[in-house]
Design a protein around this ligand. Structure first.
Ligand code: C5J
Length: 225
């Protein structure tokens, strides 16, 4: 593989043509509170195995991206300890007994610096990989992600992580509006809800790829190796 040469990956609705040198792997919110047994997600009654199945394919993709010295970025959803960036509407949404900022099983829920807010050890960032702390669902809202990508000349994104229909979908839409091509490998994204996962993928690739492309990590690995 030559990083500056365009390659095509099998994808829907049609092959995704990308140039590795300008294509970043953007891993969304693979955080302990969403994925680990005993975390906030499970405390709410969710089956975390639906998200955990994404860990291994993400590890494989990340290993190749790192080996080829291609750009990697990670995001974390969460808020400042003083909750200054937490909209009151988000704080009370869901009418749950425990909400953002309250004590949870792994520290204060979705608060930066707390154990549950951090990225799972299996996909922990290494030196040189940007970690974007985002207060919203989309990775572009109220962050410096767009500036970082532009400064590094990145034009295309492989978007993975959780959850398919929430933070992954919102980020892909935001990226699309800013001119990035996005490819989503379906085995590397997950949701607590199978029907919403499927719908989230369908919405991305519908209408000729209205927000982007959907593929499988095996197709990406095939062309990169
Ligand atoms: C993410 C959420 N990361 N579902 N957050 O999707 O609230």
């Amino acid at each position: 593989m030559k990083a500056g040469k365009m390659i095509a990956v099998e994808a829907e609705p049609y092959p995704f043509e990308f140039t590795p040198a300008v294509c970043a792997l953007l891993i969304i919110d693979m955080q302990r509170d969403f994925l680990e047994p005993g975390g906030f997600g499970e405390m709410l009654g969710n089956d975390v195995s639906k998200l955990r199945r994404t860990i291994e394919p993400n590890q494989k993709l990340l290993a190749v991206w790192r080996a080829k010295k291609l750009p990697v970025l990670h995001t974390r959803e969460g808020h400042r300890p003083d909750l200054g960036c937490l909209p009151p509407a988000k704080k009370i949404r869901g009418r749950s007994l425990a909400t953002i900022g309250d004590p949870g099983p792994m520290g204060r829920i979705l608060v930066r610096g707390e154990a549950g807010h951090d990225i799972i050890p299996e996909l922990y960032p290494v030196f040189g990989e940007a970690v974007i702390d985002k207060p919203g669902k989309g990775a572009f809202y109220a962050t410096d992600l767009h500036a970082i990508l532009m400064n590094r000349g990145i034009k295309q994104l492989i978007v993975t992580g959780v959850t398919t229909e929430v933070c992954v979908n919102t980020t892909v839409r935001e990226a699309n509006d800013r001119g990035y091509d996005c490819l989503v490998p379906e085995d590397c994204v997950g949701s607590y809800f199978s029907d919403l996962h499927e719908a989230g993928l369908k919405m991305i690739k519908a209408q000729g790829g209205i927000f982007g492309w959907v593929s499988h990590s095996k197709h990406i690995l095939k062309v990169l190796n």
